[in-house]
Design a binder for this molecule. Structure first.
Ligand SMILES: NC(=O)c1ccc[n+]([C@@H]2O[C@H](COP(=O)([O-])OP(=O)(O)OC[C@H]3O[C@@H](n4cnc5c(N)ncnc54)[C@H](O)[C@@H]3O)[C@@H](O)[C@H]2O)c1
Length: 255
């Protein structure tokens, strides 16, 4: 884990969703390594327990909760438990997400509703639950969007829609809370090597040429690339960063 800044998050409490894998795990490890007490959340108990072991083995402090972010009540209960556990909340990082490629007309209602619930509804409800606590601490939110929220991509219409919504959630909250000290930002990663990309299902009969505009030329990044940016954006000293959407995509959205 390069470029760790020890003590940057001392006395801060961070809540990370999707912390059992990939970007969420890397973010939890990073913020804990920089001194934050972290509350980690995921639907997968085994992988979440592994994340907690990794954090504590590295000398960090973590409390975990297993839950499905599709339930609005889970979003509120989890934030309440974090505040109960640590007495405050300084940083919310909305990471949990799912992806998949479909011919537009083949995606079922159940697949569509689940993607909308995890990727779009959950960040909305986590933000609702967290804002009162963040107002008390002058804290901040980092939402993980995607390059898919900034450009049209063939075969991933629903995913693009949900990530576009995360971008707009971020900007709208930035405006609504413009007169407070809360900061709200988003990061839009390009392809990152995680379980999400390893398990990405693509229909066999698609036209691959239509996917080349969003594949890029420089391959995939690593979860730690995004964790490092989360730490920079969420850091107490980053007071000038508000309402921003940061691309970390090896140039995919540049062209
Ligand atoms: N990997 C990429 O290429 C990439 C690119 C752009 C954006 N993103 C976004 O980054 C975020 C993290 O992705 P990742 O690549 O680390 O994926 P990942 O699959 O490695 O991790 C996602 C985590 O979210 C959890 N999760 C999924 N559904 C959940 C639910 N209903 N309730 C609670 N937890 C749930 C999973 O169990 C998993 O631990 C996602 O929002 C994804 O859309 C990823």
């Amino acid at each position: 884990m390069p470029y760790v800044i020890p003590g940057r998050f001392t006395d801060k409490v961070a809540f990370i969703t999707g912390a059992g894998s990939g970007i969420g795990r890397a973010t939890a490890l990073r913020l804990a390594a920089e001194g934050a007490e972290v509350f980690v959340h995921d639907v997968n108990p085994e992988s979440l327990a592994e994340s907690v072991s990794m954090i504590t083995a590295a000398g960090g402090t973590a409390v975990s909760r297993v839950g499905d972010v599709c339930e609005r009540s889970e979003c509120f209960d989890a934030i309440a438990e974090a505040v109960e556990a640590f007495g405050r909340l300084d940083v919310l990082v909305n990471v949990a997400g799912i992806a998949g490629a479909f011919h537009f007309t083949d995606m079922t209602e159940a697949q569509y509703r689940r993607m909308a619930a995890v990727n779009m509804d959950a960040p909305f409800f986590f933000c609702q639950a967290a804002v009162p606590h963040l107002l008390a601490s002058d804290g901040n939110i980092v939402n993980i969007a995607s390059n898919a929220g900034l450009m049209g991509q063939a075969y991933t219409t629903a995913y693009c829609m949900t990530k576009g919504a995360v971008v707009q959630l971020t900007r709208s909250l930035a405006m609504e809370y413009a007169k407070t000290k809360i900061r709200v930002n988003a990061i839009a990663p390009g392809a990152i090597e995680t379980n999400l990309t390893h398990n990405f299902q693509i229909p066999a009969d698609i036209d691959f040429e239509l996917m080349t505009p969003y594949m890029g030329y420089r391959g995939q990044g690593e979860a730690d690339d995004i964790a490092e940016l989360v730490a920079l954006v969420a850091a107490p000293g980053s007071t000038n960063i508000h309402g921003a959407i940061f691309s970390s995509d090896r140039g995919v959205t540049a062209g």
